[in-house]
Design a protein around this ligand. Sequence first.
Ligand code: TYC
Length: 283
Amino acid sequence: MVVFFWTRGLRTLQNAAQRSCKRVHYCTAVQAGKKSVNGVELCYQQTGAGDHALLLMPGALGSGVTDFGPQLKGLDKKRFTVVAFDPRGYGSSRPPIRDFPSDFFHRDAQDGLQLMQVLGFSRFSLLGWSDGGITALIAAALSPANVRKLVVWGSNAYVSQEDIAIYNSVRDVSRWSERMRSPMEVMYGAEYFRNTWSAWVDGISQFTHNPQGSICLELLPQISCPTLVVHGQKDPMVPSVHPQVLLQHIPNARLHVMADGKHNLHLRFAAEFNRLVEDFLLE
Ligand code: TYC
């Protein structure tokens, strides 16, 4: 049994969202919103008033609020306009009930890209964590005209037998620690969480039927924007061969390894992570 797991930022941003902007030159509040995108209602958080727009893409069963609290709070609001969205079937973007057809990452990618268009951003950078990073890789490959820069961490472009073994070791959520399970059960209810997590394990396992277990390997050479791959050296969920493969296949990529980082490095080492990402985006 894998007992570590990643910690979702539990801090709710609702209070921040309710705070008014007062008389400051830029808005520091986090606004929650909902837009109709590709036939579903997608929820998102938005903050900041900078020229450089960012879309934050959460991990499996994640949401903007649970996965990106320290980024919504800490990224420079003068330089960036930060949007974090709940993919369909996750967080507050329900209904629909989440499903995992073979193109689910492509569907999330199209949803994220379309949400930014609806919000009025034609060029923006993508920050994706774990599954959200896979989604971001696909979005950057398919829509290069819209994507300025790309940051992904804890992400993989294919699944190996080693990955499948890890997925199956965490399939049964009753064996998760209370600390990891409880926030998900609060967000989803125990039954939706249990079923959707198991469906996710089946969903990601389908890629083993592709040559090389590819999720999006063949798209990586099409990513033309500057790309930062971040990896936690102590990430127990995503073996370190994955960032190496991303680096090999993405033409304009660099790798930054955080020595003490695990899967949730952007939450655990938020200040360091935010600084790293800001420096890369502002280069
Ligand atoms: N990809 C998952 C996410 O998006 C994380 C994860 C990785 C879960 C490996 C299980 O075995 C696993 N957060």
